[in-house]
Design a protein around this ligand. Structure first.
Ligand SMILES: Nc1ncnc2c1ncn2[C@@H]1O[C@H](COP(=O)(O)OP(=O)(O)OP(=O)(O)O)[C@@H](O)[C@H]1O
Ligand SMILES: [Mg+2]
Length: 297
């Protein structure tokens, strides 16, 4: 699949420009859309899945303009909205069966039920298939949401902040489901403000900020830009207070009454500081602070 987003803008009726002149190309595999609250991730995704129209610009999927070809394109798409909720009084399997009917999956009832159980198995919910969907835990609901998005055998899966609010175990489980999926012939667009979701799953990414693309490419490319500016130093309370008022701190670990601190600085921040290998979290903070001028200090 090839998605081409050209000069895309979305101005809401109140005049607010949530997306401004976005250009992106997205191919097979997992594509991560990283950005803080309000960056425009959900606005962009709703346009991609044809739930709302852009004010300007175009999106083509495999050469087809999406609005002119809605009927053709919609069956290709599975979508998990950010604010996904369930109907009352449906058991977990019933909800999925209902979703199958909605997605006009044109198969016999027996095969449909088989497909429902196969998907429940895939997302680890077969054991709770009889439980009411709205009584599932937050993580389980999100996994049912993925199953719902997959029921029509989509070629494009669009998932909006699927890991927000999940505990670490559920988050890892979710990432594993996604990386299993990405082995298949499917394009997955994942939005998140959690850097770890991207670094553990995506080979391609874009960072959005105030409706614009601040970075587009491989995560390694973004990491390379911060290469010389990540420092680690172990310091006491006083020194820590001084440093954190001066530089953005990415992480701290308390060690024997001291703080092992990782921070971003253009110059050596402390005589004992050493350069360390950066990862995406460092790059994200560097971009926010140094490229976009958002003060995190
Ligand atoms: N229907 C709307 N009318 C007016 N403004 C809107 C509308 N929907 C979104 N916005 C605004 O557009 C901006 C981008 O919103 P959007 O939901 O796309 O961001 P996001 O990156 O998904 O944020 P979050 O991480 O909080 O989900 C925000 O400032 C939001 O308040
Ligand atoms: Mg959103």
């Amino acid at each position: 699949m090839h998605i081409e987003i050209k000069n895309l803008s979305k101005i809401y009726p109140n005049g607010f420009a949530a997306i401004r002149g976005i250009n992106l190309e997205i191919g097979n595999g997992m594509f991560g859309l990283l950005g803080p609250n309000g960056a425009g991730k959900s606005s962009l995704m709703r346009i991609l899945v044809t739930l709302q129209k852009a004010t300007e610009g175009s999106v083509h999927i495999d050469g087809l303009e999406i609005n002119a070809n809605r009927d053709k394109i919609r069956p290709w798409i599975g979508y998990l909205p950010q604010d996904f909720t369930f109907f009352n009084k449906l058991k977990t399997w019933e909800f999925l069966d209902y979703s199958a009917t909605l997605s006009s999956l044109d198969i016999k009832r027996k095969d449909r039920l088989k497909k429902v159980d196969q998907l429940l198995e895939q997302v680890g919910l077969l054991d709770v298939r009889e439980r009411l969907a709205n009584k599932l835990s937050g993580g389980m609901k999100r996994r049912l949401g993925i199953a719902q998005a997959l029921i029509g055998n989509p070629r494009l899966l669009v998932i909006d902040e699927p890991t927000t609010g999940l505990d670490p175990e559920e988050r890892i489980r979710f990432r594993n489901i996604l990386s299993d999926l990405s082995q298949q012939d499917i394009t997955i667009i994942l939005s998140t403000h959690i850097v770890g979701d991207i670094s553990s799953t995506c080979h391609h990414m874009a960072m959005l900020h105030q409706g614009e693309v601040a970075y587009n490419g491989a995560p390694e490319g973004m990491i390379a830009e911060v290469k010389d500016y990540v420092w680690q130093v172990t310091i006491d309370d006083n020194e820590f207070t001084t440093l954190k008022n001066r530089y953005p701190v990415v992480s701290t670990i308390p060690i024997a009454g001291h703080w092992e601190t990782q921070l971003i600085a253009m110059e050596k921040p402390h005589p004992d500081a050493i350069n360390i290998a950066p990862h995406l979290e460092h790059a994200y903070v560097f971009f926010m602070e140094n490229k976009l001028g958002i003060s995190l200090v």
